[in-house]
Write a new protein. Structure first.
Length: 714
């Protein structure tokens, strides 16, 4: 019986597999040391963008600018010679200016020196921001370079492990497989050698498809490399702080240089800068001022962080706990209002490796778990008076959010907190409210932290607006405003506000789910009979109050008119006339104009379809969505009403979301890109009766899954 003949592999296929496997191997090898090159590329594009922005500013300066100081420069002669703006002058040589009829050497030197000074002043005062509304090629180039740098960093260790695990055996497979591509090498190969060649090619194909492309990190790497400009822009829009943090790390001077961070004495600031900080357990890149804030918290041990809303007090607190955990400390407590408990829980999970444990009310089981295992207990002001810790039990750090909630020493919550603080070495109070205007409250809060500082404050509190008062506060109080620490134009800061449903909300929500009415389900929390029982209403009211404290105006968006009516009922006379589809475009603009002239704290209500396009509402810097929209494009268009050229403040976007509801599933779908659309081109708004077939399909599926989940809980 003859041996079965071994069929020669397809040469073209063999070459393709060899080339692809070699390319993958080289890609994985290069990735290990690619960060330096990626940083250089990003730095190059950032420099080009900076130069582009400076040139644009100079181009917009009329040539008259050179004679602002009344130096006798004859601007009319420059105009006659074809110079209309400062940029044109900056590009002209001294000889060129000298050659202009009527301008002598002395005047030419004066013009050149003046232009140089204008350029220097422009560079010092320029506020540079990556443009996302109408990006230039350099904007897109920089966004993409930063996108690659940021998103490949967490993949490096896994990809290096993949390389090491496969490189050696792959080289052997490649060496053998290459013999299939040559006529003579195959012809004179023995039967066993031919079998080895066939096996090597089969192994190559399997390794490429299953080992490499089956690896999540490598698959993500390929996805990053193939990302188009829309994907990169969307990532920048969602993670702008990370992009500017990277620019800082590149050593670019896009930040104001603080002479004394937070107004602190130079000697204390230097001590704090020298503070060591191990952030290996942190899953975020801090801005330089946030790193300084975390160092301040650790160095001073008992502090009040009063940064303006939107500067990232939460991540600074998490960074501080992470740094202490790296030193071996294990038990942390965050005390906060019930309305933000879920947000703290999620932020700790998102930005750190620390375990977060919710302890709400009399949850003895969760409390015991935290005591035994450590991590961050997230609890409320009301809850701390309901549980007891052993007398000798020590807490590594206590963080108190919205610390002005405990301004009254006679309340039960304050007494419980003061008792808890005796068990810890590190305490962080947080409040975005400008406490300098509430001296008595501030003095009490300081007394809970550093009594000796509070005592000295009592003697000078009549100087609360003076520099001396700030210096007295320096050891315990750090407050930065946006103008203090950021130089680029406003950020877009998006925050998910998770709300725990009460009993009445849960009942109404369950009824809506069982009725399979998707639109009713989406109105979770807003369709309770009494708004006093609505967790979303409570959080919206808090956010509007905070905005008024900060001198901000608010836009509240909802898809549903009846939700807008409930919000108007809640906020009363601080609201403008609501903008709905029934309002004419002319009247909509009139309402916006009235809103622009209104006092700080004013609220504009709008249906997301009606107010989400065509209006400029730069006077608002806080946006609240009452429910998640079913397309990011809808939200993007709405956000763009305030987040656009002309906006002078960072724009804070809050999404009110019901915990353990359909809101969570919609957010997951959007984040995972399971809804297919082009958010930059699709201007349609999905209405109740205009659902596309594929949209109707996933909505029905979502409702069915939610219905089964609730029934399983019974």
């Amino acid at each position: 019986m003859e041996d079965k003949k071994i069929v020669k592999p397809d040469v073209k296929l063999a070459k393709e597999l060899i080339n692809e496997a070699s390319a993958i191997d080289a890609k994985l090898y290069a990735l290990r040391d690619s960060e330096r090159q990626q940083r250089r590329e990003a730095q190059s594009f950032a420099t080009k963008l900076y130069e582009e922005r400076i040139n644009e500013m100079l181009r917009n300066m009329d040539v008259d600018h050179v004679n602002k100081s009344k130096q006798g420069i004859r601007v009319s002669l420059l105009r006659d010679a074809g110079f209309d703006n400062v940029l044109q002058l900056s590009q002209a040589s001294y000889q060129k200016i000298c050659s202009i009829q009527g301008i002598g050497e002395q005047s030419a030197r004066k013009i050149v020196d003046t232009v140089k000074q204008i350029i220097e002043n422009t560079k010092k005062t320029a506020r540079i921001r990556i443009q996302i509304e109408e990006p230039s090629k350099v904007d897109d180039d920089l966004i993409r370079a930063l996108y690659v740098l940021i998103n490949t960093r967490p993949l490096r260790s896994d990809c290096e492990a993949l390389y090491k695990a496969n490189h050696g055996v792959l080289q052997q497979e490649l060496k053998i497989a290459k013999k299939a591509t040559g006529f003579l090498s195959w012809l004179f190969a023995s039967k066993m050698q031919k079998q080895n060649i066939v096996s090597a090619i089969e192994s190559l194909e399997s390794r490429i498809n299953n080992v490499y492309y089956g690896d999540p990190s490598f698959a993500k790497l390929i996805e990053i490399e193939k990302a188009d400009e829309f994907t990169c822009r969307a990532d920048y829009r969602n993670n702008a702080p990370s992009y500017y943090s990277e620019l800082e790390q590149l050593g670019l001077n896009w930040e104001k240089e603080e002479k004394a961070p937070g107004g602190l004495p130079a000697e204390l600031a230097a001590e704090i800068e020298a503070q060591k900080l191990d952030l290996s357990l942190l899953k975020a890149t801090l801005r330089s001022y946030q790193t300084f804030g975390a160092k301040y918290i650790i160095h001073q041990k008992k502090t009040l962080l009063g940064d303006e809303m939107g500067l990232g007090k939460t991540v600074q607190a998490i960074a501080s706990m992470v740094a202490l955990a790296a030193e071996g400390k294990s038990h942390f407590i965050v005390v906060c209002p019930a309305s933000v408990l879920i947000n703290w829980y999620r932020e700790i999970q998102k930005f750190s490796e620390l375990e977060a444990v919710k302890v709400h009310g009399n949850d003895e089981e969760a409390l015991l778990h935290w005591r035994q295992n450590g991590g961050v207990m997230v609890t409320t002001f009301e809850s701390i008076s309901r549980f007891e810790l052993p007398e000798k039990f020590r807490v590594s750090m206590v963080v108190v959010d919205e610390a002005h909630y405990v301004k009254n020493p006679e309340t039960q919550r304050t007494k419980a907190l003061v008792k808890l603080l005796k068990k810890t070495e590190y305490t962080l109070f947080m409040s975005g409210t400008p406490l300098e205007n509430r001296v008595e409250e501030m003095c009490f809060l300081i007394s809970c932290l550093q009594p000796e500082v509070a005592k000295s404050l009592e003697e000078v509190k009549f100087l609360s607006t003076a520099e001396q008062f700030r210096l007295q506060l320096a050891p315990v109080y750090l407050r930065r405003t946006r103008d203090d620490v950021l130089q680029e134009l406003p950020d877009l800061i998006e925050k998910e506000q998770w709300c725990i449903l009460g009993a009445e909300e849960q009942k109404v929500y369950k009824d809506a789910v069982l009725s399979e009415n998707f639109m009713a389900i989406r109105q979770v929390s807003w369709h309770v009979d009494n708004l006093a029982h609505s967790s979303k209403a409570a959080r919206l009211l808090e956010l509007c109050d905070q905005a008024r404290e900060q001198g901000r105006k608010v836009i509240v968006f909802s898809f549903f008119r009846n939700t807008m009516q409930r919000v108007a009922e809640l906020l009363g006379d601080r609201c403008m006339e609501p903008i709905t589809g029934a309002i004419s475009p002319q009247r909509r603009q009139e309402i916006v104009d009235e809103f622009s002239k209104a006092d700080d704290g004013a609220v504009l209500l709008s249906q997301v379809q009606a107010g989400g396009t065509g209006l400029n509402i730069q006077s608002a810097s806080v946006i609240i969505f009452c429910e998640p929209q079913i397309k990011p494009s809808i939200e993007n268009q709405a956000i763009a009403r305030a987040y656009r050229m002309g906006q002078v403040r960072d724009v804070l976007v809050y999404r009110l979301l019901g915990d353990d509801t359909v809101d969570e599933k919609i957010m997951e779908l959007l984040k995972n890109k399971q809804l297919q659309f082009d958010s930059f081109a699709d201007e349609s708004v999905v209405g109740e009766e205009s659902l596309k077939p594929q949209e109707s399909e996933w909505m029905s599926k979502l409702v069915e899954e939610e219905k089964k989940r609730l029934q399983a809980l019974e």
